[in-house]
Design a protein around this ligand. Structure first.
Ligand SMILES: [Zn+2]
Length: 71
């Protein structure tokens, strides 16, 4: 089961064929056929999506919590 890369929660709901939503931190994840996370978006209050890919593509300065180690 996939975990949220932000909060490590398993509480992910499916919102589309390749899309998951984290009910803990309210981000949307796009996955591929191997269930690898390919994109991360934050859902704004108006329903628009902001890409968070930059925060997770570089492990040096991420402000989000991380257990370390590549997925
Ligand atoms: Zn989360």
């Amino acid at each position: 089961m996939l975990r949220c890369p932000n909060c490590n929660s398993h509480d992910l709901g499916k919102v589309g064929t390749n899309q998951l939503y984290c009910w803990h931190c309210f981000i949307e994840l796009t996955i591929n056929h191997d269930h690898q996370i390919t994109s991360i978006f934050q859902v704004e209050e108006d329903g628009s999506l902001s890409s968070l890919n930059d925060l997770f593509s570089d492990d040096s300065t991420a402000s989000f919590q991380s257990k370390g180690g590549a997925s």
